[in-house]
Design a protein around this ligand. Structure first.
Ligand code: BGC
Length: 694
């Protein structure tokens, strides 16, 4: 297929059509809706010129729409099908924030491979994932979609998702184009309020927010989605510096940029564009190839070209990129790429895929508290299962619109084989539960309390759970609190009333099977937090890799220092925290060696318990003196180790000087001679330290 020749045959209207994405409703198909539709009046001709469609999936639906579309398409250019397949197609994996707690890029990649396989059979071409916005504020509902507060971890996981979705190339079977989002820095919305302003220095943007997008691109992500927020007071979607200079110039990105839903027209509300025409022109000039779900390109671009305001060459360039993507997908040879109803039946939600979902869910659970080793539960005991999620099957988590929550098991259904269940219910009287050996409180949030457009200003437990737990505590029975949530919850008002806290997140198809295995001890929990759990909402944003102040707090130094008068500075549960049922200890750290700008040392761990135990050995560093203020800690390496009882394992860490670099005031990476402090441990606040001179 000669794309230049095809482009030459296209009318201006047809080219503009390629640059527009409509949701399925315009074609009379149902699909996901993630924003206001606003019922733009589009002609049939415009609708059937749109180059891509959002949210139509399933082999039969895709086949039907593609057939109807091609019948109307003068040049027979196939439609591209895109959707938010964020943590699984129908086999739903844990929300990405939970998955990041696994500290396991290989496992993440495996989930993305399964996702791609199911989506491929369902005719999907592009997924709007991974979302790699670094997020430090638990009020923001979308923390669930990302990989937490650390940009290095997020970069690693971004790569894993992209390699899982796209495998060795999208010409191959069972692959899906990855669209990394939301470019850029959407996770830093002020006050954690959705769609809000982002404002930060370019240095901080480059050092802490851009790397995960870059990592996704380096791994080959073929599409980028712009974000709703401003960058340096210009909305990302019309931000020429961001897309032309940084993304295309510095990162050499050659593929397609798509706007977020309706984001091309939003600069009108921001007050930087006067009308739809103006917004469309500015977005196209800035380098946004596809407008998703708003009409600016249809309304304004033709006139702009005809009046000489916009060079047609800019639209040609965008159109060519879109056509190239269709060619790379093989759509010109086979517009029904992947679509296979028989295969859909055979592989979607297959036993094999559910096993991957279980493995992912198990690895994502974080045991936050386990006083007196109350967990695992003693066998054959009596349980009362109460709380707002006691009878809840909607546990897949946001962005799982193809999932089937109805099939998910209740916790009592999972536990009934091994325990006597005395009582199950969201509501209860203490008389109904007082004869139990344990109270399992299935609490947290409801699934729809996090996700897009679901920021909260109060991130304590909703529905009077803290009060209920206070009442229950009077029974003097061990209470096991299961926190199903899409974000960190501030638990200061209740954690002392419960013995154990299991952070269950929303884990997808196998949520309660995994929670059950952790409760019984069939699985020894291994997850670690990638986001801080604040003590109260006033601490937000809170994250571990903070800068030191000029007046740091220390227990010896408490007056006129950087602290609150009503709460500690640190979170309730820190980054990297996560307990298990074993006891792995660091028994030795070798003398570090430096050869050829590489620092290496070995850490030996021993399991002093009776159970095989998985730990995440974490290495942090601090650059003690630099030209700019450096964080007090940054995770630089980690290794997930499984240690048998009485076994010793030695892990070797090799750190290149270049990995210690930071962005200087000229926005370039720099590394200085001087002292570096290293911290090694199993959580960010539980470390052994040593100094190295580089
Ligand atoms: C969200 C994106 C999503 C898009 C399409 C938007 O509202 O911000 O993350 O990919 O909708 O559904």
């Amino acid at each position: 297929m000669d794309l230049q020749k095809l482009l030459n045959e296209m009318t201006l209207e047809e080219k503009i059509g390629q640059c527009v994405q409509l949701s399925g409703e315009y074609f009379g198909m149902n699909g996901e809706i993630t924003g206001p539709l606003e019922g733009y009046e589009l002609s049939d001709e415009q609708i059937f010129s749109a180059g891509s469609v959002l949210g139509v999936t399933g082999a039969a639906s895709v086949r039907k729409l593609q057939t109807a579309y091609l019948e109307k398409s003068r040049l027979k250019i196939p439609l591209m099908f895109m959707a938010d397949i964020v943590h699984g197609y129908e086999t739903i994996f844990p929300i990405p924030l939970a998955m990041s707690s696994s500290f396991d890029p290989k496992l993440i990649q495996k989930t993305a491979e399964v996702t791609a396989k199911e989506s491929y059979a369902a005719g999907c071409h592009v997924t709007f994932a991974p979302m790699v916005d670094v997020a430090r504020d638990a009020r923001w509902g979308r923390v669930l979609e990302g990989n937490g507060e650390d940009y290095r971890l997020s970069s690693l996981f971004a790569k894993a998702y992209v390699e899982g979705f796209q495998s060795t190339g999208i010409a191959n079977k069972d692959t899906l184009i990855a669209c990394v989002k939301h470019f850029a820095a959407y996770g830093a919305v002020e006050s954690g309020r959705e769609y809000n302003t982002v404002d930060m220095s370019e240095r901080v943007l480059r050092e802490f927010y851009l790397p995960p997008y870059k990592a996704a691109l380096d791994a080959g992500a073929m599409m980028v989605m712009t974000s709703f927020n401003t960058i340096n007071s210009i909305p990302a979607t019309v931000n020429k510096w961001l897309m032309r200079d940084v993304l295309r110039g510095e990162y050499n990105f050659k593929n397609v940029v798509i706007s977020d839903w309706g984001a091309v027209k939003e600069p009108i509300a921001h007050g930087v564009c006067k009308d739809l025409d103006d917004a469309g022109i500015k977005a196209m000039i800035a380098g946004c190839d596809i407008e998703m779900s708003s009409p600016c390109y249809f309304v304004g671009l033709k006139k702009a070209v005809e009046t000489g305001v916009l060079a047609e060459a800019i639209i040609d360039e965008a159109t060519l990129r879109i056509l190239q993507m269709k060619k790379d997908l093989g759509l010109f040879e086979n517009p029904f790429r992947g679509c296979d109803e028989e295969r859909e039946k055979a592989i979607i939600l297959s036993e094999e895929h559910q096993q991957v979902a279980l493995e992912a869910a198990l690895n994502s659970i974080v045991l936050l508290q386990n006083n007196h080793n109350v967990l695992p539960l003693m066998k054959k005991t009596k349980l009362a299962i109460v709380g707002p999620n006691a009878m809840e099957r909607e546990l897949n988590g946001g962005w799982s619109w193809r999932g089937h929550a109805d099939n998910n098991l209740l916790l009592c259904e999972v536990l009934k084989a091994e325990f006597e269940i005395l009582y199950v219910g969201e509501r209860f009287f203490t008389d109904q539960v007082k004869h139990a050996d344990y109270i399992i409180y299935a609490g947290g949030e409801k699934q729809d309390m996090s996700g897009e457009a679901h920021s909260r200003s109060d991130i304590t437990l909703p529905f009077n759970q803290a009060q209920e737990l206070e009442e229950l505590a009077k029974l003097n029975l061990p209470i096991i609190f299961i926190n199903y949530s899409g974000r960190p919850i501030a638990m200061t008002d209740m954690y002392q009333n419960v013995e154990a806290i299991v952070q269950a997140w929303f884990l997808g198809t196998m949520t309660n099977q995994a929670v059950g295995q952790v409760l019984t001890g069939a699985y020894n929990p291994s997850g670690k937090l990638t986001i801080s759990f604040p003590r109260n909402v006033g601490q937000c944003p809170i994250f571990y890799n903070v800068n030191n102040t000029g007046r740091p707090y220390s227990p010896e130094n408490v007056e006129y220092v950087s602290k609150y008068i009503d709460v500690e500075n640190d979170p309730l549960f820190v980054f990297g925290h996560g307990l298990n049922y074993g006891n792995v200890e660091i028994t030795n750290i070798s003398q570090p060696e430096i050869v050829n700008e590489q620092i290496s040392f070995e850490v030996t761990c021993m399991n002093k318990s009776e159970r095989p135990t998985t730990e995440v050995l974490q290495v942090y560093f601090r650059d003690l003196v630099a030209d700019v203020v450096r964080p007090v800690q940054e995770l630089i390496k980690f290794e997930k180790i499984t240690v048998e009882p009485n076994e010793q394992i030695t892990s070797k860490f090799v750190i290149e000087y270049s990995e210690l670099a930071y962005v200087n005031l000229n926005n370039e990476y720099q590394i200085d001679a001087g002292e570096i402090k290293f911290m090694v441990g199993f959580a960010s606040n539980m470390t052994t330290e040593f100094l190295i001179e580089i």
